[in-house]
Design a protein around this ligand. Structure first.
Ligand SMILES: C[S@@+](CC[C@H](N)C(=O)[O-])C[C@H]1O[C@@H](n2cnc3c(N)ncnc32)[C@H](O)[C@@H]1O
Length: 199
């Protein structure tokens, strides 16, 4: 089976929001992922890189879509059945349709969500889209420095770690090398969660 992905009509990401330079910036992970999901927040260099991957692993778009479906099921369970009201999502990607705050708020309009990403393009786009949305924010942080993520006051203000939190790290841990010790990163992040939390 082959998978067709949308070709954006223009060469510029939508809404004129800063996404990096279409002419000179290198391919970007979040924009490539957006392309696989059928989005339009990507540039020619992203699509070219994405197509190279497709040449070797043609099912990547299917995996991306399945991952989004998994996220939808997981957030529904966490909000509806586990009663989670706080979400910490590290490596959210571009905030296109079906992100954690949209999913969680379908079930609980008061759900609080903090996104953490290390990509300035993602941060800029997300800040613009999330502007004016109470209880949803994005902060800059790198999974390779988990102690700095946890200590960030911008994260500590909306998230109360004395109450259960869902820590989401979907399709992001594979960006860490073995030398960056993803196991210790996850352990450290989990240590801050109180009983009743999920990760
Ligand atoms: C493939 S997207 C995942 C999107 C989303 N979590 C999902 O499951 O649909 C990967 C995201 O992780 C971010 N990322 C990659 N390495 C990271 C790191 N070391 N720290 C924080 N974010 C990182 C990228 O910028 C990108 O936004």
């Amino acid at each position: 089976m082959t998978w067709a992905v949308n070709e954006p009509a223009g060469e510029k990401a939508d809404a004129g929001i800063v996404m990096g330079n279409a002419d000179s910036s290198p391919p970007n992970v979040a924009r490539i992922y957006d392309y696989y999901l059928g989005g339009t927040n990507n540039y020619p260099q992203d699509r070219e890189a994405a197509r190279k991957v497709l040449g070797t692993v043609p099912d990547v778009p299917l995996a991306a879509l399945e991952n989004r479906e998994f996220l939808r099921r997981a957030i529904r369970y966490l909000t509806e059945e586990a009663g989670i009201r706080q979400f910490l999502d590290i490596g959210p990607g571009l905030p296109t349709q079906g992100n954690v705050h949209q999913l969680a708020r379908q079930h609980n309009a008061d759900a609080r969500v903090v996104y953490v990403d290390n990509d300035p393009a993602v941060i800029g786009r997300a800040q613009s889209l999330l502007h004016g949305l109470d209880g949803v924010t994005i902060v800059k942080g790198d999974l390779r420095q988990p102690e700095r993520i946890i200590a960030n006051p911008q994260l500590r203000e909306p998230i109360d770690f004395s109450h259960p939190v869902a820590l989401c790290m979907s399709l992001v841990l594979h960006f860490l090398t073995n030398a960056e010790d993803p196991y210790s990163v996850v352990t450290l992040l989990r240590e801050v969660l109180c009983p009743g939390s999920y990760s």
